[in-house]
Ligand binder design. Structure first.
Ligand code: XMP
Length: 511
């Protein structure tokens, strides 16, 4: 079924996929395309509305990204945001100039609730501003609909033509009523009916995958993480046994994790799953290695090698599935916005696997949308809601050289922490929590005897994007149970400490 849809026309801002995600939250399918998309393509797609995004440029710079004026006159309502608002003014004959005072951050705004955009919203609210240019005079036919202390034209509209513009960012959380403003645009202006929900996305994707793949062969590297699992199940629902999943068990997973992955994918879904027990290979390569980056490199390379060897046994496949999600695209700097950090995932793409094309069914989704898709697909909720786990696994949580004994101490202590966090009902509010086997040994006393054993560190953080994070305020009573269970139940641990640093300056992982 073809859904009504709205287009986000991308002029290079950082929040572009966030706009699309907010629109989808309002029940309308939305996609992001570059500003260079041709007018013919825009017409052919039959969009109900177009949103011009923000961007770092100035419209009066001749080299700044611009779309043809014709995009505004297709009879499709347009909402301009920040740079997009200024571009609308510029294309329609208004003036844009440098602000006397630039605005950044939370800013009080007064808006006219007679506007279809601000209907049902208090006259004054806080919005998120980030601009050094502003609309200094409105194009003919427009009226002003909002202002701040320093920005006289914080919003403008020409209702007759379906042109709306806001200088602030309704898509970010710091703008109160931001989702309501987008909702108003979609329903009051674009007259959308709201026919989109995650279940329709999943059905559409499965159908599209079925058409694309036909009777060809597909290969997937399954890690047991949320993204590759959801991508694999989606492809499996489309083409069943034409899909083969390779699960490289590097022996650096948490307690029982490898078996759980096998249980879900082989028994629940009856997939073609190849589990490669490569523990000895990985531990052999890692023996005596203490330097964190070296560990990561060894694991990444070995992972690809094992995967390639298994793939070679299968022979040529037509497609390779990857669980790439939207934040991976931005972090790798492929999304058109500025590079924030280079993604440090295990593996990357294997060089020697014979496949024709990459399939990335989750490329436009945010993590929570991926989880919602996973639930739609019937994947067990403990997997769908799993906390992030680094590709190099426990190797970056054993400080210094890695041995089987140390991994076992780490696994047992981590399992206790996870159990107690779940018992305390904190497993969804703390975004990531794990134990670290520090290289430190210290003196303790057990019974009447002196001990000289390891220190386990507990790390737990709250964060929305993992780029910055705060240490979680775990209640002392919970920490107490965790600490006493670990020292009592895990041999060779006589001390437990809690890491109370935020990121920055620390990172989430210790290595
Ligand atoms: P840091 O330690 O960089 O971690 O603050 C941020 C998030 O990324 C995860 N992480 C990794 N994920 N490969 C991954 O796939 C890696 O090498 C890696 N290192 C860190 C970390 O668990 C946290 O969620």
């Amino acid at each position: 079924m073809k859904h009504e849809s709205v287009l986000v026309l991308d002029f290079g801002g950082q929040y572009n996929q966030l706009i699309a995600r907010r629109v989808r939250e309002c029940g309308v399918y939305c996609e992001v395309k570059p500003y260079t998309t041709s007018v013919a393509d825009l017409k052919a797609a039959g969009y109900k509305g177009i949103i011009f995004t923000g961007g770092p440029n100035s419209v009066y710079d001749p080299t700044s990204p611009k779309c043809p004026r014709e995009v505004l006159t297709l009879g499709i309502p347009v909402l301009g945001i920040c740079y997009g608002a200024q571009l609308m003014a510029h294309l329609l004959g208004g003036d844009v100039s440098t602000c006397a005072v630039s605005e950044y951050g939370k800013t009080a705004v007064w808006a006219d609730d007679a506007s279809p955009l601000f209907q049902g919203i208090p006259e004054q609210f806080y919005c998120f501003m980030s601009h050094t240019d502003h609309i200094s005079s409105l194009p003919a036919g427009f009226v002003n609909t909002a202002h701040t202390a320093d920005c006289p034209n914080a919003a403008m509209e020409n209702r007759e033509m379906g042109w709306y513009a806001v200088q602030f960012h309704p898509e970010v959380e710091h703008t109160a009523y931001g989702t309501e403003i987008l909702n108003n645009f979609l329903y009051n202006v674009c007259r959308c009916s709201g026919d989109w929900k995650m279940s329709s996305f999943v059905e559409d994707q499965i159908q599209a995958l079925r058409e694309k793949i036909g009777d060809k062969k597909v290969l997937c590297a399954l890690s047991g993480g949320v993204d590759s699992s959801v991508a694999a199940v989606m492809v499996y629902k489309a083409v069943g046994k034409q899909l083969t999943c390779i699960f490289v068990d590097h022996g650096l997973l948490r307690k029982d994790e490898g078996d759980q992955v096998e249980e879900i994918f082989r028994r629940q879904f009856d997939m073609n799953l190849i589990r490669v027990d490569a523990k000895d290979r990985f531990l052999g390569k890692l023996s005596g290695v203490t330097e964190p980056e070296k560990k990561r490199k060894i694991i990444g390379e070995e992972f690809i090698r094992v995967f390639e060897e298994e793939a070679r046994k299968i022979g040529k496949v037509d497609f390779l599935v990857q669980g790439t999600i939207y934040p991976d695209v931005i972090e790798s700097g492929l999304g058109g916005s500025a590079v924030i950090k280079s993604h440090h995932n295990v593996g990357g793409l294997p060089d020697h696997v014979d496949f024709e094309e990459l399939i990335e069914p989750l490329r436009n989704l945010f993590k929570d949308e991926v989880r919602a898709a996973g639930e739609e697909l019937g994947i067990a909720s403990h997997l769908v809601w799993r906390q992030p786990f680094p590709g190099p696994g426990l190797a970056v949580r054993v400080i210094g050289d890695i041995t089987e004994d140390k991994l076992s101490i780490l696994r047992e202590s981590d399992a206790i922490l996870r159990k107690e966090i779940a018992n305390a009902g904190l497993d969804r509010s703390i975004n990531q929590y794990f134990t670290v086997l520090t290289g430190n040994r210290s003196v303790g006393v057990m019974g009447d005897f002196r001990t000289y054993d390891y220190t386990i560190a507990v790390r737990a953080v709250t964060t929305s994007d993992f780029m910055t994070a705060d240490f979680a305020r775990i209640p002392y009573e919970v920490l107490e149970v965790v600490s006493s269970r670990i020292v009592n139940e895990v041999p060779h641990v006589n001390r437990v400490v809690y890491d109370i640093t935020s990121k920055p300056p620390a990172t989430v992982e210790w290595e």
